[in-house]
Design a binder for this molecule. Sequence first.
Ligand code: NAP
Length: 246
Amino acid sequence: MRVLILGGTTEASAIARALAGDVRFAPVLSLAGRTRAPAAPPIPWRIGGFGGVAGLAAYLRQEGVAALIDATHPFAARMKQNAVQAAAEADVPRVTVLRPAWQPEAGDRWIAAATMADAFAALGPTPRRVFLTVGQKELSPFHGPHRYLVRSVDPPAILPPNATLITARGPFAAAAEQALLVAHGIEIVVSKNAGGSATEGKLTAARALGLPVVMVARPAPPEGPLVPDAAAALAWLEHQRARRGV
Ligand code: NAP
């Protein structure tokens, strides 16, 4: 059974590992190509955009895909929408893996932001030392008078002025995150509400240090079936297989 997994996430990698060697399935993992040196998956994979809805629908038909697992990042809104439309067009069953959003806990000092521009505005007029972990595509709203510690997997094309760059790939442990915040004299953190454990350490660290976190809200989820993790996506896949009687 041909399965297309839209990836670039921990969940997609976990699904790929679970399906590797399972002869009932012929999975393909698709990566956007944003990361320069992605870890090689244990299943066949492809890289790069499909060419919008029409391109993805054509791929689904040409490859005889019988199930589409959209395990892209919660903030990959365009791809999620493309998956909804292309799966409908090609009449392929689809599920979206959407990990639960982070929720504030006792001791958290979160400032809600709807957009990156709101997040920048929330930093206020007084110069602050900011830990900026919003991804390399989202940096353009951020500028003076603040000093930024930017962390991303690959170097961004353009950095804000007054920025120090760290390139690193998670997971990040809370203790190391706390040491990083202290070492750089960070006064406020800006984060997307990505959810998941791999990058949660910065929130634990900010809580321990009493630092505010500007938390950028997620885009609206796509329509259709949602599952919270890789295990639930695999259960959905088993169900699709049983329905097809293969
Ligand atoms: P996006 O804005 O929703 O998608 C932009 C375009 O990138 C899509 O229209 C599609 O091009 C291509 N694309 C995205 N995901 C793809 C995939 N898995 N396979 C093939 N093409 C894909 O996506 P994004 O926010 O730039 O994210 C890009 C990738 O990074 C995704 O795989 C996502 O899971 C991962 N990621 C994103 C974030 C984040 O914060 N946004 C964080 C961690 C990882 P075509 O229209 O040409 O098909």
